[in-house]
Ligand binder design. Structure first.
Ligand code: PDD
Length: 276
């Protein structure tokens, strides 16, 4: 669809007509929060978890949860565009003000923007994507648990990955692996699934959460603990999890193969169980 319908501040309108003020704090300060949901066969995956995380993010930065049904609006956008597999983007900024000043006025009305975008239907039989990654220092702030619009370090790292012919940059703080620029990072070592604890150094990924739950259901040991780049390079499997990435196997990191350089069996299993 060339000019899809989107939602902006109470109105459904064509994307080309959706405009916000240049004094919007999202534009000036990155003062806002977002969420990305995946719709599979017209239905959202883990919607309640996304709403809970949005509430957490908004609460942490002091923006009120909007008095609109984000999910109903999203469903309507999906229906209007007759989408099956799609990603839906929610963005709530603190809103537009009359002047540029760091401290917001208490009565500033948040800007609410929602759009749905086509995604190629997931081919479950094809299994998880095989991707390559590079490692880079994690230059982000100390509140990565907040899904804020401040994505400059993520974008810079992802651009570097792309330049290196890779799909993702795996970030680390002084050698401790945190996550990808837009994905959670999980490794498998001796049959155990290991991933960074959900604290302020990573985004509490919804896919990560679901993969942990699915693994436990299938009696795979899960350990939420930190690990180093060295540990990752020596892992049996490395995988990425994310709303749009779904589950992907990392075959090479910094041009070095992980194990035999193939997507591992637990990554494949988790991908299948995720859609089961
Ligand atoms: N990114 N870590 C970061 C830094 C992320 O930005 C994301 C999601 C994830 C995975 O979280 P989830 O499973 O909840 O999608 C981890 C979204 C998709 C994005 O920025 O487009």
């Amino acid at each position: 669809m060339d000019d899809p319908t989107v939602y902006l501040n109470g109105t459904f309108l064509p994307l080309s007509q959706a405009k916000v003020s240049v004094l919007d704090r999202g534009f000036l300060f990155g003062d806002g929060i977002y969420e990305v949901l995946f719709y599979h066969r017209g239905k959202p995956i883990a919607a309640a978890d996304h709403i809970a995380r949005l509430k957490h993010s908004l609460n942490e930065v002091g923006i009120a949860y909007p008095d609109v049904d984000l999910l109903a609006i999203s469903n309507e956008l999906i229906a209007k565009q007759q989408l099956s597999d799609a990603k839906v983007y929610w963005q709530i900024t603190r809103g537009a003000e009359a002047v540029r000043y760091h401290v917001p006025k208490p009565d500033t009305k948040p800007t609410i923007f929602i759009m749905a975008e086509y995604e190629k239907p997931v081919d479950i039989d094809a299994g998880p994507a095989a991707v390559k990654a590079i490692t880079l220092p994690d230059l982000r702030w100390h509140r990565c648990d907040i899904k804020s619009l401040l994505l400059l370090p993520n974008c810079m790292a992802k651009m570097q990955a792309k330049q290196a012919g890779c799909a993702e940059a795996i970030l680390h703080r002084d050698g401790v692996v945190t996550e990808g620029t837009s994905t959670s990072l999980l490794i498998v070592k001796d049959g155990k699934l290991v991933t960074h604890p959900a604290n302020h150094w990573i985004l509490g990924g919804i896919t990560r959460l679901n993969l942990i739950a699915i693994a436990k259901e299938h009696d795979i040991d899960v350990c939420e603990a930190t690990f180093t780049v060295e540990d990752m390079m020596a892992a049996d499997e490395v995988m990425l999890g994310g709303t749009t990435t779904l589950v992907a196997g990392v075959t090479h990191v910094d041009n070095t193969p992980i194990n035999d350089g193939q997507v591992g069996p637990i990554t494949r299993q988790l991908f299948q169980w995720y859609f089961a």
